[in-house]
Design a protein around this ligand. Sequence first.
Ligand code: MBD
Ligand code: FE
Length: 290
Amino acid sequence: MTETRTEFEARAAESGAGATEAFRKKQKGGADVPAERVSAMARDALEAIHDVIRKDHMTYEEYDALKTWLIRVGEDGEWPLFLDVWVEHVVEDVNTSHRSGSKGSIEGPYYVPDAPQPEDGVIPMREDEPGTPLTWTGQVTSTEGAPLGGATVELWHADANGFYSQYAPGLPEWNLRGTFLADEQGRFTIRTVQPAPYQIPTDGACGRLIAAADWHAWRPAHLHVKVSAPGHELLTAQLYFPGDPHNEDDIASAVKPELVLDPQDAGDGTVSVDYGFVLDPATADSPTTR
Ligand code: MBD
Ligand code: FE
């Protein structure tokens, strides 16, 4: 194993702990789920686990290995990572299936609210930020086709080494995180760099599961967005690049064909892409905040 690789893994561990802290801050004391809902879902979850134990005839040795591993997930701060990689895609699915506008995808563990609004449309990045420059234009509209003037596109993504600012040390605070305001026609232009395929941290409990099961840790290269406009459902999505081998076997099961971009080589060493969003109208039981 090379030194770069060791450094990657050492830094990756901090991402998990950082995500736990960030989630605690966001959650501020927790949600108020009624007892009947807790009872119904906890009972169903336990019954599902009991079914697995019967179906696969879990041994005591395996039961103890499971306990050891679950203890480590918490110690490594990897509950947000574990849940967002292997569980969130189903939560996203059941909560967005009513939509007729753009498809969304999971948020994942590394969103940070209130990223800066660059006036020139260039996402905050280092002077020598590695990666092919990417110019992204698009329009935000309603499901009726009306332009949504003043829509907001929040964008965040990893750098070419797979690191998210604020979760890996050594990066400027807002590196590759920005908030972009659309014009009165709902149009926006964003300049960033193309991200690279991304490996979830391999040195914590999630990595142990992956190694023990002989799986892989890769997600395809992706851009994260939250798109919002007054009176419309907040759209959380991820965008992908054609030809990425991990579009087919994303460990987080978060790729949908509608979310794959069609970037064009601009001929000057940069890439341009046009991709817009259609937002569903907000209703009483479709909060605009997620
Ligand atoms: C990521 O960057 C990510 O997007 C998800 C869903 C899980 C882990 C890391
Ligand atoms: Fe991500």
